[in-house]
Design a protein around this ligand. Structure first.
Ligand SMILES: Nc1ncnc2c1ncn2[C@@H]1O[C@H](COP(=O)(O)OP(=O)(O)OP(=O)(O)O)[C@@H](O)[C@H]1O
Length: 567
């Protein structure tokens, strides 16, 4: 466990380093400002020391006034530099938000589906909210901590000029900080990560209740939602309490040290003063520097929880931004106006080791041929289509497209030539037109209206005043299923294709639209078509039927030969 946590801490620190590297110019200017501001802040005790010297000597001279002006100017400039630092930090915070927003948006559609198969992606995306923790914490990490550190270094250097005893003070202070970090940081990171895990589990569970709200609403007397929340929040509270214990330990070590050091320094300072090793001006200045140094250490320790938060946020954000994208080849599928030839050669596939889905499957589809894949629920029909999208790469055997293994093709080129309708596709919040064309401006209006007529969507566009600008709710809420299906079918069919992968293309359609779609597929496209279906009308319209049973081919041939084998 210790090793894993140490790795988590190391990994998070490395992520922090890469984050800083990306904006290094901004970071350099922060540190330049922090160094100057630290130096300027020292002008206060030094100035006071000299002023006291003047006062003690009973001299009121022009140089004393100049000195006062210099001290006041120093205070003003150190404030000015702090404002500059804040401006740079604000810029960094804005950049962070943009960077993560675009990284999430760009990466999600390219994510390797096989690796995230067991995750519920909307829940995984909740981690985006850690951008805010990062924004909040980074200013502490970049502004307060470096400033405190620089103040500490300069303060200690200055003190060592007053008397060597102060060098011992500096060394013990450094040792304290290192000891506190050495003994608490790994555990602190571990407990903070655990609390964060539970935080997302609670959020995920509440999201799940919202997603299935009708189930919970209509299940009389259920308390399962509260029970689960109770379990998860208990986990969260335990982890938080453990984490707070670590923070408390750090604060207590600091308080103990502060008490001791204040007493020791006052006594040592007073003794040095009495023994005339320091004059009164030096004594006051040295005490001021000591107070400043202790305040710097305090700032450092108090902000340690922000360090944990930032590192944890980076780890969580990394779950999405660091997730593997789909691997692909570099071959471009040529832009021919004909279908592709397909071949499954001894293909076996499983989503998880306990559940083999396809077993030594071999079949061929000629270029331009239409094939229906039939079988009971769970037989593996959709899986065949999914494998042909190139989204699932880990299978045994070989899948060939135009005699070349599917993995050799560039996914972009493959998908540019493939029209895909799978049951997990959905409507997103956006206009009807955006939902149909997915932003592809090359699609002609003529093509859209033709397909709208075939699929029956024209009924909707004629009813709606806004026509194709009509805004759809997420998942097409409130829209009849037949229109949702029309949109999804149009999305798959618009444009030129060499391969069409269609899962139940005619479900929710009436007989007329079913016939229109089947006629369109027969006469108006040259693509090779693979349809996963249980609809006999659809199967009968294909050149060949592949009947699956428990992941193997049970029968294949034209519909009239296979239909008797269907139970
Ligand atoms: N994403 C997934 N993760 C794990 N197992 C899956 C996944 N998708 C499907 N399966 C399993 O793989 C098997 C085949 O599923 P598939 O969806 O290909 O069957 P199907 O014939 O299309 O069934 P249906 O008609 O019900 O959609 C089933 O046992 C199913 O539970």
């Amino acid at each position: 466990m210790e090793d894993k946590s140490a790795n988590a801490l190391g990994g998070a620190l490395y992520k922090f380093y890469t984050l800083i590297k990306a904006d290094r110019k901004d970071f350099y200017s922060i540190y330049a400002y922090a160094i100057f501001s630290g130096l300027l802040q020292l002008s206060l005790p030094l100035g006071i020391q000299t002023i006291i010297g003047f006062v003690m000597a009973g001299v009121l001279s022009a140089s004393m006034i100049v000195l006062i002006v210099l001290v006041v100017t120093g205070v003003f400039f150190s404030g000015l530099l702090q404002v500059k630092q804040m401006q740079v930090i604000e810029k960094i915070e804005q950049k962070l938000f943009l960077r993560y927003a675009f990284e999430f948006t760009d990466r999600l559609p390219r994510i390797d589906m096989q690796r995230v198969n067991s995750y519920y992606l909307p829940e995984m995306v909740n981690k985006f909210f850690d951008t805010m923790s990062l924004q909040k914490g980074i200013s502490k990490l970049l502004l307060d901590i470096p400033a405190a550190f620089i103040q500490l270094i300069f303060g200690l250097i200055l003190l060592s000029f007053y008397h060597p005893v102060f060098i011992a003070f500096g060394v013990s202070l450094f040792l304290l900080v290192i000891l506190i970090l050495r003994f608490s940081s790994v555990k602190g990171m571990e407990t903070n990560m655990l609390a964060s895990d539970y935080k997302y589990k609670v959020a995920g569970w509440i999201e799940e209740i919202a997603r299935t709200i009708k189930t919970f609403k209509y299940s009389k007397g259920t308390s399962i939602h509260l029970k689960q929340t109770d379990t998860l929040t208990t986990g969260y509270l335990n982890a938080r309490t453990e984490h707070f214990k670590i923070l408390q330990k750090q604060y207590w070590s600091l308080i103990a040290f502060k008490v001791l050091i204040t007493a020791a320094m006052l006594i040592v300072g007073a003794l040095l003063l009495i023994n005339q090793k320091l004059n009164i001006g030096q004594f006051v200045a040295a005490e001021l520097v000591i107070i400043m140094v202790i305040a710097a250490v305090e700032k450092f320790i108090i902000n340690l929880d922000k360090v944990y938060d930032v590192l944890t946020a980076l780890e969580k954000l990394g779950k999405v931004t660091g997730s593997k994208t789909e691997s692909e080849g570099s071959l471009i599928l040529p832009d021919f106006k004909s279908g592709v030839a397909l071949k499954f050669d001894n293909v076996s596939f499983e989503y998880s080791a306990i559940n083999p889905v396809l077993r030594n499957l071999s079949f061929k589809v000629e270029a331009g041929q239409h094939i229906a894949v039939m079988g009971d629920s769970g037989a593996g029909k959709s899986t065949i289509l999914r494998l042909l999208t190139g989204a699932f790469k880990k299978f045994d055997g070989n899948i060939l497209i135009d005699e070349i293994p599917i993995g050799n093709y560039s996914l972009q080129s493959l998908r540019a030539h493939t029209g895909i309708l799978l049951s997990m596709q959905d409507i997103f919040k956006g206009s009807l037109l955006e939902n149909i064309t997915m932003g592809n401006e090359a699609v002609s209006l003529q093509e859209i209206t033709t397909l709208a007529e075939i699929t029956g969507l024209s009924e909707l566009t004629e009813q709606q005043k806004e026509g194709y600008d009509f805004i759809l709710d997420p998942a097409g809420q409130g829209l009849p299923k037949k229109f949702i299906q029309s949109i999804l079918v149009m999305r798959a069919l618009l444009g030129e294709h060499r391969l069409l992968l269609l899962e139940e293309p005619c479900q929710h359609f009436n007989k007329i639209n079913t016939q229109k779609i089947l006629r369109f597929l027969k006469n108006d496209t040259t693509a090779t078509i693979v349809i996963a279906t249980t609809d006999e009308t659809v199967a009968a319209s294909c050149d060949k039927v592949l009947l699956l049973k428990n992941g193997i081919i049970y029968a294949q041939g034209p519909w009239h030969e296979v239909k008797n084998k269907i139970l």
